[in-house]
Design a protein. Structure first.
Length: 253
């Protein structure tokens, strides 16, 4: 049995307004499991991060940005700096999500810069990796994901990698209603762990937490979480409604 604390994180993407954000917080108030059992986080659009921080009260809820830039200041219109996240008490930031890679043409180099910048600011990265359906069907998932992890971790210290979160999200299962079987998810999370071991050694590979993401639902999360290499879930649609989000956490109550 792994000693790694599970982390369940909701990714709201471009959804909700302020009223809905505050209503969600009210709906989950006092209903989250103990932080001793599981870490719970919400990644929200930038303009709702501060309300989430200020209105989470005593609930054991971590707040995450959905993206960040790799500079702390300058002429970068529309971007959010790592320092500003840290200054407001935001604990995590997603980087390298497939939607950022595809729609906004982010490269492995960009994502690696973001990882370094986040650590320098004191914010923990949630580094995403994942393959297309074409890559999966060609049997090249391990090769593709390994390349993303090696590039994303370049230059990070063993201590930093041990403390971060890596999220495996097969692109073909994001928002499609398709979910990789628990066996497929565990196998690829195992690939990620083996890459970390190759680069940093067994102690680091056994410490780093690896999430699975891709149409995770309350009825599928428990089987996924029972697997050896899966330490949590990065959840899209099921995190938007308090009832289903709490359903993802029911096993920890």
């Amino acid at each position: 049995m792994s000693s790694r604390k599970p982390i369940i994180a909701g990714n709201w993407k471009l959804n909700k307004n302020l009223k809905e954000t505050l209503a969600f917080l009210s709906d989950i108030d006092g209903k989250l499991p103990s932080e001793d059992k599981v870490e719970v986080a919400i990644a929200a659009p930038t303009m709702y991060l501060i309300p989430l921080v200020h209105h989470r009260g005593n609930n054991p809820l971590k707040v995450a940005a959905e993206n960040v830039y790799f500079e702390n200041s300058g002429a970068f219109t529309g971007e959010t700096s790592p320092k500003s996240l840290a200054d407001e008490g935001i604990e995590y930031s997603i980087i390298g999500h497939s939607e950022r890679r595809e729609y906004f043409h982010e490269t492995d180099e960009d994502i690696n810069k973001k990882a370094h910048a986040l650590f320098a600011a004191g914010v923990t990265p949630i580094l995403c990796c994942g393959e297309t359906l074409e890559t999966f069907e060609a049997g090249k998932t391990a090769e593709w994901v390994s390349g993303q992890i090696e590039a994303g971790l370049k230059g990070l210290s063993a201590e930093q990698v041990a403390s971060m979160v890596i999220a495996y999200e097969p692109i073909w299962a994001i928002g499609t209603g398709k979910t990789a079987t628990a066996e497929i998810a565990d196998e690829t999370c195992g690939v990620v762990r083996s890459v970390v071991e190759k680069l940093y050694g067994k102690n680091v590979s056994e410490a780093v937490r690896i999430q699975y993401g891709g149409s995770v639902k309350p009825e599928t999360v428990e089987e996924l979480m029972s697997k050896e290499n899966i330490d949590g879930a990065l959840v899209g649609g099921a995190s938007l409604v308090a009832e289903s989000f709490l359903g993802l956490l029911a096993m920890y109550k």
